[in-house]
Design a protein around this ligand. Sequence first.
Ligand code: SAM
Ligand code: SF4
Length: 355
Amino acid sequence: MGHCYTARSLSSSSIQRVFDTRQRPLRNLRISVTDRCNLRCGYCMPEDEYIWLPRSEALSFEELTRLVGAFTLLGVHKLRLTGGEPLLRRELSRLVRSLSENERLEDIAMTTNGVLLEEHAGELLDAGLKRVTVSLDSLKRERFMRLTRRDSLDAVLRGLESLAELGFEKTKIDAVVMRGINDDELVPLLEHGKRVGAEVRFIEYMDVGGATNWSMERVVSRREIIDQLTDHYGELESTGERNSAPADRYRLPDGTLFGVISSTTEPFCSACDRARLTADGMLYLCLYAKQGKDLRAPLRAGASEEELAALISEGWALREDRGAELRLKEEQRSALLGKEELRADPRLEMHTRGG
Ligand code: SAM
Ligand code: SF4
């Protein structure tokens, strides 16, 4: 069967690294395995209703595995499963098992809200999942409920605890810090991280698609986070690492490490090596990008891994995106997108393209 998009295909199965117009390599892929979610975090899904991707359009595990194979031909070696809530995708461990057969992948991680984690962590570990990041913004039950519109804090805490018991290492807790909402919980979250053996990362509230209630006043900057923690713990030591990982890391006087992700006030676009894939196979090269590239059509038309890799490579080579840096230049910064725009293209939502 012929297809018109195969003008060029990568000839061998050896890795052919690809760089964008700013000399950034493609190394990292985040897959949103479903756009559905069982929480309604105010900074991500504040609305009462959403337009969902049709289930029939979601890529199957076999299709995802083939597509990931193509990405790894271009140098992708780190993969993160996200969503929506990835644990709502049925039999996720089957996908992990099939992905972990790809020897070019050094790391398969997952970002989850943790609600269903206790139930699934064991099978995911067996299947080859290496690391888990749990999003957790408050340890107070009432506040957690206000933030997420669900009474699920206990389940999340149990899920988090189960990780160390099972033997997961390098667990992280990601907390979005918002002024007047949870900025009094930095110390309790760090202390909780110590108890469960997880490294906490504080994330600046971002004006991404879907964050329709975003305002600059609500953003607590990296500077403020560091100042607050220095007041409490004393001098913090910066680890000085600067790689493609988005977090700046610090050490408390007792040696505990934590991170701050300052995507809003000090973005790190120049080091961004990530591509993002929606559950229905649209490729985005930036969290802020309005246009994506459809990989499902060629995939379903029978393109080989090499042919898919050539398509991805062509897109990456043209990449200019530095969405978060451009947002910095806005004088009157408010929510990136209005509700109408989001309804017209649900793939602009953070929960669809994967945070
Ligand atoms: N449902 C999973 C979870 O919450 O971990 C995975 C998907 S969620 C979109 C991934 C990450 O994006 C979460 O850590 C969440 O806190 C973060 N996120 C969502 N909206 C955000 C925003 N407006 N600013 C900063 N981080 C945000
Ligand atoms: Fe919250 Fe994650 Fe769901 Fe967004 S996708 S509402 S961040 S749990």
